[in-house]
Design a protein around this ligand. Sequence first.
Ligand code: NOJ
Length: 564
Amino acid sequence: MDTHVETSEDSLDREWWTEAVVYQIYPRSFNDSDGDGVGDLSGIVENVAYLDELGVDAVWLSPVYESPGEDNGYDISDYRAIDDQYGELADWERLVECLHDRDIRLIMDLVINHTADEHAWFQRSRAGEEPYDDYYIWREGDPAEPPNNWESIFGGPAWSYDDQREAWYLHVFDESQPDLNWRNPDVRREIADVISWWREKGTDGFRIDAASHISKPEGLPDGDPDTDPTGIAHYSHGPTLDAYLEELTERTLGEAGVMTVAEMGHTTVEQAAEYVASESNGLEMVFQFDHVGIGDSPEDLFDPEASDEWDLTALKDIVTRQQTEIAWPAPFLGNHDLPRAVSLFGDDERYHRESATLLATFLLTLRGTPFVYQGDAIGMHNAEFQHLAEIDDVMTIGRVESLQEAGVIDSHEEVRQFVNERSRDHARTPMQWTDGKHAGFTDGSPWLKVNERYTEINVEAARADTHSVLAHYRELIDLRHEWAVLVDGDYELLLPEDEQLYAYRRTLSEETALIVLNWSAEPATFESPVPTDGADAVTGNYTDVPSTPDGTTFRPYEAAIYRL
Ligand code: NOJ
């Protein structure tokens, strides 16, 4: 059944995503309709009205394909099936229909660097069965000596020995996620067919997972042991990546109306700018991670010289480069792999509402297509984990094990500290819908603990409060839809050296917007370096928006937008 619903702009506006605000759903944690403790597709259908009320234009759905679930769906065992936990294909079709009925597009996650080891291709490959024998990256050799020194992003060697095939296979992520051999044209054909299959079913766009790792150098050289992880420079941006993307574009991704955003870890702003500028690789956008990596690297946590502080001027520098150097940026402050934005960038206790709404103002007044992560629109923040046993995330567990093996961490307290600083599970705790049992997420027992503050921070409470974080998101999303200067006006940073205020101008022909953010817990006075005569206050995150920006002392985490 083709569930693609033509919306009125389809034929007229090829670049629908330029005006869009995208909402990322992590389905496992969104809403559980059948009481098994895991979110599902029917649970999303039940809450499509919430997405509509928020005013978003598209949903990026993290993987719902059949999967053993070692990495919560980022390990696919069948690209054309829905995992039982999430429902079945008919539920997915119903979801697309409900979204399209409300003019909300659907972006699917494409995990094509690797599959699950339970995928039939890998099972046949490990049995040496043609043509699958060459679908993955195999090397023969001494079972005690991996083919090279590459390490996995999740910790430990990037190679595992398979007793059945009597050979090593490469996995840039977990050992249960063998890397596909993209040098093999049959693999590339299979992936293009998968994409076409989902496109024909009504998918409007794709987020390409781990896109920077798909191409590996020929001969698999050794990596530099000083990089973290060793080998990453070799298995990122490999020599044939452009060619693979171009081929996918010609076959399927280049189709009119299809939006593609590539997740590219370990990618500089310059590289991201080049990928986006290229006409032939099919990528409309790239997720570039410098701003969210502004804190320490995981190992630095136990380096006495390192500090957990981040600096506003450094953040301005990074975001300004993303805004001005990348032809079409994809701003985001959170996703399912990161700490909660309000915990990383704000003050999730004393100035919870103020800093969460400041972040909303920031995200929704940047140039490009903003991506809002599930839960951020109500200000969900990091959880407090007591034990490793409370953690589900394969990456946190892998990293703890390798830090323990290296003797970097040892005591229960050190493990607890690492987990609370770094775990991806902060972003994955169940969505907080109500102040009822398990935050209204499930009638059963949730797969991951619910954040303690759900009685206060939840959708029901936010809906009832006209000054809530949610109300502010709704207002700003509406504003963005009405005021083109916020979407594609030029971005110009003001006061680059100021350590409390982050201010910028957005300009599109005669229209100018001025955004002033006091990104600190202390008052800060804005001495405008540009004329602000006749400025109109458009909105702000305190109930009384200062009527004029110049010379005004902005309160802690105050955010205000002016029309100049
Ligand atoms: C990036 C995804 O966002 C992350 O969740 C996943 O673990 C890795 N890629 C591997 O697929």
